[in-house]
Design a binder for this molecule. Structure first.
Ligand code: ADP
Ligand code: MG
Length: 335
């Protein structure tokens, strides 16, 4: 590694304000050493952001740093984990100091907020790619998984759905909204709040959980596949922000059923990705306990349907009318 690469690491990545007592050796050695308490289990997540795929070249470096951490924290949340340590593999076309300075601000804002220490990484030259790994802890036997939803369980989501998808459409100029709605959805697209606290509370209540990164149908589908069950979703019970409600209600009515107008259909809510809300299942007899513990958070949770024995994912309106989604969700290798 050249001197400039060492000084880059020193200047931008080894000066974190927050540090943890359980880091025995952080940045600077060949590997980091951390202490894992005996009754805890380690959760490991990794996610990459690639320029041109996950973000455009005009995305602010602050937002890129923030989002690279946020997507990983969301996976830790979906496991019921408490995030602790991060590593960063950074591939840069050049050592652009202004970019690095803003990027590291976004990165550390979120790492510090959730008390996660950056303990190592790798820095290479090439097309802009940010890979972050986060390690978290969960008490033995308490991690949330995808495979344990049971028929009769209620299906919940945190927050609201479709905001990030609408934010993306607005940023691409494919959809126009008033300033207030546009600002709201673009904030949700770029700076979503990881549901860490909710995931921790769910350890003792939920039977299964996932974070909605590729769209509700796709991600709930993973729970259904892993648990070998099906589900019925009441589409008009899905939690929607004012901005998404506005976008849906100002759609031409025919668009609600066509495959082509993705900006104007239920697909925005059912299938657009990057909301990073938690979707989870709860036994019906824990409903009041769930609603009681979730009341401590400003973020709402909403019951959107039920797990069924029949292995299909049905979407209906509360009138009973069926909704046929045009697509299921985002797939990097899909057509
Ligand atoms: P090695 O030569 O053993 O691969 P490096 O020279 O790549 O080690 O890295 C030196 C130290 O700097 C290591 O502790 C590594 O974890 C850390 N490091 C390298 N790149 C980054 C980065 N982008 N962010 C944080 N730490 C980094
Ligand atoms: Mg190395």
């Amino acid at each position: 590694m050249s001197v400039s690469e060492f000084s880059l690491i020193e200047k931008y990545f080894s000066q974190q304000r927050y540090s943890r007592d359980d880091v025995l050796s952080g940045i600077g050695d060949d590997g980091a050493i951390t202490h894992v308490p005996e009754n805890m289990r380690l959760i490991t997540t990794v996610d990459s952001l690639v320029e041109g795929c996950h973000f455009t070249s005009d995305t602010s470096p602050y937002d890129v740093g923030f989002k690279a951490v946020a997507v990983n924290l969301s996976d830790i949340a979906a496991m019921g984990g408490e995030p602790c340590w991060a590593t960063l593999a950074l591939t840069l076309p050049q050592a652009d100091t202004k970019w690095l300075s803003e990027f590291s601000k976004g990165l550390f804002t979120l790492l510090n907020k959730y008390r996660v220490q950056l303990i190592g990484g790798d820095t290479t030259r090439g097309p802009l790619t940010i890979t972050i790994q986060i390690n978290g802890l969960v008490p033995e036997g308490k991690a949330l998984a995808r495979h344990s939803a049971r028929p009769g369980d209620l299906i919940y989501v945190t927050g609201s759905l479709g905001d990030a998808g609408l934010g993306l459409l607005v940023s691409e100029g494919k959809r126009h909204l008033g300033q207030q709605h546009a600002d709201y959805v673009s904030e949700k697209f770029l700076r979503h709040v990881p549901r860490i606290e909710q995931g921790i509370v769910l350890r003792d209540i939920a039977t299964a959980a996932i974070d909605v990164s590729d769209g509700l149908l796709s991600d709930l589908g993973h729970i259904l596949d892993a648990s070998q069950v099906g589900a019925k979703i009441i589409v008009d019970h899905l939690p929607l922000s004012d901005a998404v409600t506005h976008a849906l209600t100002h759609a031409p009515t025919h668009a609600l059923k066509t495959e082509t107008v993705e900006t104007n259909s239920w697909d925005l809510v059912l299938s657009s990705g990057e909301d990073y809300e938690l979707c989870f299942t709860v036994p019906a007899n824990k409903r009041s306990k769930l609603e009681e513990v979730m009341a401590q958070f400003t973020c709402p949770v909403t019951c959107i349907g039920e797990i069924q024995i029949e292995r299909e994912l049905q979407c209906v309106l509360s009138t009973g009318e069926k909704v046929q989604p045009a697509r299921s969700g985002y797939d990097h290798f899909g057509s």
